[in-house]
Design a protein around this ligand. Sequence first.
Ligand SMILES: [Zn+2]
Length: 441
Amino acid sequence: MSLLRDFNQLDFVVLGQRLHGFARELYPICRSITGDGVRQTLAMIQSRIPLQITEVPTGTQVFDWTVPKEWNIRDAYIKASDGKRVVDFKRCNLHVMNYSTPIHGTMSLSELKPRLHSLPEKPDWIPYRTTYYKEDWGFCLSHNEMKGLKEGDYEVCIDATLEDGNLTLGECYFPGRSTEEVLISCHVCHPSLANDNLSGITVASSLAQLLAGRDLRLSYRFLFIPGTIGAITWLALNRTAAERIRHGLVLTCLGDKSGFHYKKSRQGNAEIDRAAMHVLTHQSESPEFLEFSPYGYDERQYCSPGFNLSVGCLSRSVWGTFPEYHTSADDLEFIQPTQLAESLRACTAIVDVLENNRRYLNLKPYCEPQLGKRGLYRSTGGGAIGEELNARLWVLNLSDGQHSLLDIAERSQLPFSMIHDAAELLQQNGLLSQVSEQDGV
Ligand SMILES: [Zn+2]
């Protein structure tokens, strides 16, 4: 089975449009770490893939954390004395500091100002601010809008609730022949932000669609969860399942035009790290590989020392390093169909490595077997045969039961897909046999 080969049969342009189209549907929703925005988002993902939804009550103790109160918002505005809304949540949900407590009153501009957040260096953009773990309220607006506010009284309203409720987690599981699992995780807690949030959601759900209904060697678990508290909660409630995770990827910021970045797991040389770096080296221009650091996205939780899972983080731009990060400029224009589709291809290729990274035994190890008499030495046409033949020779030479196909791909500097094709062909011709793994699959 080659997932990548099947992926390459798809219409790349149509695929990119579909990914971007899904991001466009999700964009207007006001998400947060809890509340109806997350539920609505998960329901839309559920219309595409089988998603199990879990509600975890406020107050539940999850390791050193507590599931917070649930936040929901209906409306928010700042109204000038002439009745005009000068800041309006209904125009852009970033206008309200996420998790703001409710407020309704009148105040002067000088009283209001400490509650207003803007970006003087990007005067047209609205910043994204949150106050999850400290009860507070505030508004975000462009610096130009802020400068335009005149002295006087303003009606200020945040029609929100912050009360006991639930934290909502979405999970999709595809059992494979082995109980060993691959984890794909992305956060679903940012409001109208495209690269940081929606790109990961659309790529992860499309990857799940590609895997659905397939005969898989490994089992796959997709998590669509609020950042930090969602991952902590899932890990706290699923310690047995977490023990089965052998490889994992956190997906985020996959729609912008930057080259790929792969942040290694805490282990640094896990199979997922090698698979991701191999795929990106062969499939993309100037990828960058980053060492693990205990900051970033939910790899922080999966790679905490108690778990130390082999989970890396795949992105294009790195969080915090692009000017659009956590601002209204991280919008639907900032993510592009082609980049989303390329990101999905990279994920598919990585999964393809994990699925097919097996060991083989050369059944004719004394000198080279005569490939010519089997029609495996020369082929008519196509300059690529040089590499294909090279791949066959590498596979034969290193298939001593010790080297995996990824070992061979790394050492030969040939793409894994070519090494895998060579192994399948040699096996069909009786020159190789697969070494059975401990779990027998
Ligand atoms: Zn973020």
